[in-house]
Write a protein of this length. Structure first.
Length: 94
């Protein structure tokens, strides 16, 4: 049954993954990949890099922590770009 499969997937994603639990690690990686695939490469690279999630959280992060980190980084990038557009407008108005 599809709903049962979805519920099982959900619970697999919530448990802590141990190194020896290869199937659990695969399930978690699939879930993390689904989250990461929703963001631009710039966000994913930043979040997955050494100064991203590995520096902020004990390992492994939860799916929520991954999504939150991506949202935070995306917001940062958007604000940086908006500031740059504003600076360019100000320079053009002079």
């Amino acid at each position: 049954m599809w709903v049962l499969d979805q519920a099982e997937q959900l619970f697999r994603l919530f448990r802590k993954v141990k190194a020896e639990d290869k199937e659990g690690a695969k399930d978690f990686a699939r879930g993390a990949a689904k989250v990461l695939s929703r963001y631009p490469a710039e966000v994913v690279s930043s979040v997955c890099g050494i100064d991203g999630l590995p520096r902020e959280y004990d390992w492994p992060p939860t799916i929520k922590q991954i999504a939150d980190a991506c949202d935070k980084r995306l917001g940062s990038i958007v604000r940086e770009r908006e500031r740059e557009v504003q600076r360019q407008r100000q320079l053009g108005a002079r």
